[in-house]
Design a protein around this ligand. Structure first.
Ligand code: GDP
Ligand code: MG
Length: 442
């Protein structure tokens, strides 16, 4: 989502990097470009102005003038200010001293409340708490149905009583939570297309009656400055305790995401990164800042790898890589798992320094069609061929290409990639390249 901003900032830093020393004029010029990049990314203008002011004040201080590498120092300052803008490390979900913990989700229609309610329920269950979803969006029957469906898909209890009063639904929902021993109650409320008084009154009423431990604003980061003004309105009405930014997997410019925290003062707690129920990330400002500055996010990548591969699998895999018994079957399976970790373009953007080469890689090309081709080719091989790809010579290549609806060149390419991949695996698993795997197993 922050690609353009990352590119622009990379350009500014690149220019600065060519200078030996940094004058005030250089700094002004660079910061002017940073400000433009922020505005172009749709960052609220006041937020951008204050940000530049803060960076400049520190940039003119001794810490920079005396630095051995002033450009690096400026990048570090921008990094720190970005983390600050994003709100420092966010506190976790506030717990009730007496369960259940009540989490109320608020936000405009379509922002992703219902989806996020289910995601948070999954997240809490993962942490060992039994969740209950409460359907308090009573204005659209489809909304209740949607929550019920998510609940049954994910095997999470849902409390609903059709279109009665939200305050009654929540009251009975809490009784239900006690009955079934749910430690967390997540209330999905009604949203409107625009901020309106009736909706806000209803939310105020729910807040007064039930005193939720968390009131999370669900904000669609694709909707730009509208999301920022809606956030202000919700904050004025119910004092939100945190923000969930959804749809950051989209290609919006991302500035809203950077502004909401500054405008409301409420911490960002989660990021929604896709439609699936597991597409929720705990928000870490330092990681996002690092991603924005083109320095990647190895920590998130490693966490996802760990979640997808698990510790035991990783060990088995490592062994097979080391002793060379890793075949194309394994290759295909790993491919599929990597796909589960997120889209290739998402994963690539988490690698440090990849911003620069991203244009050269036709990343979109790498996504779905690439995977289905790989899958088709491998499926057309015999088990023997998968285990010992070196036996695949030209006549076998032609047969496989025919069977998978591809060209012999495609088969060739895959075999070469596999050979390269195997070399890398061997190096990684024998500890020559330790970083990523070690991270994944932490
Ligand atoms: N790509 C993407 N889509 C999302 C995300 N969160 C929600 N959505 C989609 O946004 C649409 C509206 O979501 P919904 O939960 O019904 O919004 P609500 O009206 O606020 O309850 C649905 O199509 C969701 O699948 C996200 O993080 N990424
Ligand atoms: Mg909804």
């Amino acid at each position: 989502m922050f690609e353009n901003l990352t590119d622009k900032l990379g350009g500014v830093f690149g220019k600065l990097g060519r200078r030996g020393t940094l004058t005030e004029k250089d700094l002004d010029e660079a910061l002017r470009e940073v400000r433009l990049a922020l505005l172009e990314a749709d960052v609220n203008y006041k937020v951008a102005r204050d940000f530049i002011k803060a960076v400049k004040a520190r940039g003119l201080s001794n810490e920079v003038v005396r630095a051995i590498n002033p450009t690096q120092k400026i990048i570090n300052i921008i990094n720190e200010e970005l983390i600050d803008l994003l709100g420092g490390e966010a506190p976790r979900i506030q717990r009730a001293s007496q369960p259940p913990t009540i989490i109320m989700l608020v936000g405009l229609q379509g922002s992703g409340k219902t989806t996020t309610a289910a995601k948070i329920a999954v997240h809490m269950r993962h942490g060992g708490d039994r969740p209950l979803l409460v359907a308090a969006d009573v204005y659209r029957p489809a909304a209740i149905e949607q929550l019920k469906q998510l609940g049954s898909q994910l095997d999470i209890a849902v409390y609903e009583e059709g279109q009665s009063k939200p305050r009654d639904i929540v009251k009975h929902g809490l009784e239900e939570a006690k009955r079934i021993g749910a430690a967390v109650v997540i209330v999905d409320t009604a949203g409107r297309l625009h901020v309106d008084d009736v909706m806000m009154d209803e939310l105020r009423d729910l807040k007064k009656r039930f005193k939720p431990h968390e009131i999370l604003l669900v904000a669609d980061s694709m909707s730009g400055q509208d999301a920022v003004s809606a956030a202000e309105a919700f904050h004025d009405a119910v004092d939100i305790t945190g923000v969930v930014l959804t749809k950051i997997d989209g290609d919006a410019r991302g500035g809203a995401a950077l502004s909401i925290r500054a405008v409301t003062g409420a911490p960002i707690k989660f990021l929604g990164t896709g439609e699936r129920a597991d597409a929720l990330e705990v928000f870490h400002p330092d990681r996002l800042a690092s991603r924005i500055l083109g320095q990647g996010d190895i920590e998130t990548l490693a966490e996802r790898a760990k979640a997808e591969f698990g510790e035991d699998d990783a060990k088995t895999l490592q062994k097979r890589m080391q002793d060379g018994s890793f075949g194309l079957d394994d290759f295909l399976e790993q491919y599929k798992r990597v796909q589960n970790m997120g889209s290739i373009s998402q994963l690539i953007s988490m690698l440090p320094g990849v911003g620069n080469i991203k244009q050269q890689l036709d990343v979109d090309e790498l996504d779905d069609s690439f995977f289905s081709k790989v899958e088709a080719i491998i499926s057309s091989m015999t088990p023997e061929e998968r285990k010992h790809p070196e036996i695949i010579k030209s006549s076998r290549k032609r047969r496989i290409a025919g069977g998978s609806g591809t060209k012999p060149q495609d088969v060739n390419q895959l075999l070469n990639q596999f050979k390269e991949a195997k070399k890398i695996m061997k190096a990684v698993s024998s500890g020559k390249i330790g970083g990523l795997m070690a991270g994944a197993r932490r």
